[in-house]
Design a protein around this ligand. Structure first.
Ligand SMILES: Cc1cc2nc3c(=O)[nH]c(=O)nc-3n(C[C@H](O)[C@H](O)[C@H](O)COP(=O)(O)OP(=O)(O)OC[C@H]3O[C@@H](n4cnc5c(N)ncnc54)[C@H](O)[C@@H]3O)c2cc1C
Ligand SMILES: Cc1cc2nc3c(=O)[nH]c(=O)nc-3n(C[C@H](O)[C@H](O)[C@H](O)COP(=O)(O)O)c2cc1C
Length: 645
């Protein structure tokens, strides 16, 4: 948006709400808010403070009357409080006197690409803004809105200025000769590989301020070369302590490098899907902020994913880039970069760790690729693809890599690639272990996201799924922990757990904890100090995807464990499908008693659609007993907690 704004002549600033100085708000004229909803209709962590300010009793009528605003909300319509923050921001800003420029944009993660929905909304917004502020009429379908102008520059960091200039000159000559080809935004130079990237980065971080002079850099590099003659660059994501990326995310402070101690298939049979059980050793680890690394039962584990090396090698060839080249990325207009990529990085590490090369391409990516296509037929085909929403179930899985394979005339360069691809984001896994039972090991249950064309041929695999599948015991991964809303109540409170597929993860952690409390003699079932725990688990077949079967059964009271009832729904075992909702309904009376008379707490984990169906059936359970309770009040009070993803 800010790039587009500049193109039209607006002076725009992008700011993370948590970094915003609220005392500035009355000086703003035009503000566009992009707000996501998390939890149960709650703001994201970085929007908390701003939201509290907005709804505070201290706000005065007309306080924001000088502001013109528009709000785009991000949400998922499977949630009860769909797009709640979008609604609230829009309502409160208007209430405080702000002038709404455009109807609230409603992004729905459940209905295709949210980025494409945002682009559609922007197409309506820009003509309003340009007319109102600049007196310029811009058509919604105007080429001005579509044309992509690269704003990044990439410099190869060379040890030898002369060598760099020579290579640059040669490259330029080559390009001038390639008639009709786009000018390359990357200025290449060869770089000696005989150095340790990490050490080099560390030295630079310690010795050089940003921005630094080429002379300073050259002296550090030659020093490094002299010391480390035969060290080759490691495939590692840069430790954020060594070199600051331009834009740091909160999780970067918490990352640690942990070794895998166990990784195995959790399903009895993995012929039509796979779920991995993975454990990490966190004994005496520290986060990058220096604090002791620990976790709580059923927290979320973030994994910093790594792209597929073969795909990266292909990209390097295709982009005519040397993976070992160390580059520096800058904005052409010298403004700070607003992307979470280190200021200096090798091309290999840039593509392995920082850019989403595997995801479904945004429409803008297709448009830009069309712009770079030299062949007219390819250009037309890409433009056609850009005008539609790409289906995810078609035989060809489209991502940046497969597009570059399928459209060989697209002469795109690295700087544009960096600009159009999304940053590679961490993936979260609900922790499947108890910190009381195993404080030094974190377990996760990861369902492999993959589509099989037939049993042999893999057509799509998710980034982290691929990373995990290629990993083995003693491999290191960068991980971090984030708190979740799943917290076990005191043992005297009954617990009802509902999990489907990998949604069993937090309940494995809960059961481990319950079993631990009982086996250590702290609580007993017989004396009634440990309340009733029920688990509803859903999968397809008893002999294929029923994960943790032995563990779940061994957790039953009969086997000395904490679980009173284990109810498993197999959706494909028989001709008629059985889901967890059906089993909840079957046990309506007992569940009603637990919920209303014994004050039980409910936890639900799995996919959003399952969560919606389970909420509806619990509401039915209550309604059928003529009790007037709205489940939504339980969602808000924390009696009914769900983690849906
Ligand atoms: C709070 C939270 C907790 C979670 N807990 C767990 C857990 O305990 N266990 C678990 O297994 N998962 C969990 N998840 C989900 C997990 O974080 C990941 O989303 C999941 O593992 C997929 O990651 P990936 O990198 O392998 O796949 P990605 O690369 O992110 O792909 C994910 C999906 O996107 C689609 N897709 C992406 N790119 C393409 C393309 N080019 N073409 C077609 N389709 C495409 C596919 O449908 C694919 O299945 C959780 C998520 C959250 C937010
Ligand atoms: C744990 C969790 C809770 C969520 N809660 C809600 C919600 O209450 N309402 C809603 O509309 N969307 C909810 N969502 C969906 C997100 O808002 C949606 O995925 C959005 O695209 C997130 O944007 P982001 O990925 O840019 O943060 C939730 C998602 C997660 C993972």
């Amino acid at each position: 948006m800010s790039k587009e704004a500049k193109k039209f002549g607006f002076k725009a600033t992008v700011v993370d709400l948590e970094d915003y100085d609220l005392s500035e708000i009355t000086n703003e004229k035009l503000v566009i808010f992009l707000v996501a909803t998390y939890g149960e209709g709650e703001p994201t962590d970085n929007a908390q403070e701003f939201y509290q300010w907005l709804i505070s009793d201290e706000r005065m009528e007309g306080e924001l009357q000088q502001i013109e605003f528009a709000v785009f909300g991000l949400g998922n319509s499977q949630y009860e409080f769909f797009n709640e923050m979008g609604k609230q921001f829009d309502y409160e800003l208007h209430k405080l006197g702000g002038h709404r420029l455009l109807d609230r944009g409603v992004g729905d993660d459940d209905k295709g690409s949210i980025e494409d929905q945002f682009n559609d909304w922007k197409q309506v917004l820009w003509p309003i803004l340009t007319m109102k502020y600049l007196g310029i009429s811009v058509d919604e379908s105007s080429a001005d809105l579509q044309t992509f102008v690269n704003s990044l520059q990439i410099f190869s960091v060379s040890t030898d200025q002369e060598e760099m200039m020579m290579t640059k000159k040669k490259e330029e000559e080559k390009h001038d000769n390639d008639e009709g080809k786009e000018k390359n935004n990357t200025q290449w130079a060869t770089f000696d590989r005989d150095y340790d990237t990490h050490w080099l980065y560390g030295q630079m971080a310690l010795r050089i301020h940003n921005p630094f002079s080429e002379a300073e850099l050259r002296s550090v590099v030659s020093e490094t070369k002299a010391k480390f003659k035969n060290c080759y660059a490691e495939d590692v994501r840069i430790n954020p302590n060594l070199l600051l990326p331009y834009r740091r995310h909160h999780w970067m402070e918490q990352v640690t490098k942990a070794l895998i101690t166990d990784i195995h298939e959790a399903r009895p049979r993995a012929d039509d899907g796979s779920t991995l059980h993975v454990e990490f050793d966190i004994t005496q680890l520290k986060s990058s902020n220096g604090l002791h690394f620990n976790y709580k039962t059923a927290d979320n584990l973030g994994i910093v994913p790594k792209n597929d090396l073969k795909a990266v090698q292909f990209l390097c060839q295709r982009l005519r880039a040397n993976p070992d080249d160390v580059i520096r990325i800058r904005n052409k207009n010298q403004e700070p970069l607003n992307i979470a990529i280190p200021s200096i990085v090798s091309i290999r590490n840039l593509l392995l760790w920082y850019l989403d090369i595997n995801g479904i391409p945004k429409r803008q990516t297709l448009q830009v690729m069309a712009q770079f296509a030299l062949d007219e037929r390819e250009k037309a085909q890409l433009q056609d693809m850009a005008s539609k929403t790409l289906a995810t179930d078609q035989p060809t899985i489209w991502n940046f890599v497969s597009l570059l394979r399928a459209f060989p005339s697209v002469a795109i360069d690295l700087a544009t690639t960096v600009e159009i691809l999304r940053p590679l984001q961490p993936r979260y896994y609900t922790i499947a272990s108890s910190n009381k039972a195993q404080p030094n090991r974190i377990a996760i249950t990861a369902k492999m996201e993959m589509q099989l064309a037939d049993s042999e041929d893999l057509t799509f695999i998710g980034v982290t799924s691929n990373y995990l599948r290629q990993s083995k015991v003693n491999d290191a991964m960068q991980i971090f922990v984030q708190p979740s809303s799943f917290r076990l109540p005191l043992p005297k409170i009954p617990v009802i757990m509902v999990g489907v597929g990998a949604g069993i993860a937090p309940f494995r952690g809960f059961l481990q904890e319950g079993n631990h409390l009982i086996s250590s003699g702290q609580y007993t079932i017989q004396e009634g100090t440990f309340a009733d725990w029920w688990l509803f688990f859903g999968c397809r077949y008893p002999d294929r995807d029923y994960v943790y079967k032995e563990f779940l059964e061994s957790s039953l009271h009969a086997n000395g464990g904490c679980l009173k009832q284990l109810k498993v729904a197999f959706s494909r075992e028989k001709s008629h499908k059985v889901y967890v909702q059906d089993l909840i309904k079957e046990n309506s009376d007992a569940l009603y008693d637990l919920l209303i008379n014994k004050n039980a707490q409910v936890f639900v984990c799995g996919q959003p659609a399952m969560g919606k169906a389970v909420r509806a059936v619990f509401q039915e359970v209550i309604d059928s007993h003529q009790k007037h309770v709205d489940i939504n009040t339980w969602l808000k009070s924390g009696k009914y907690v769900q983690e849906l993803w």
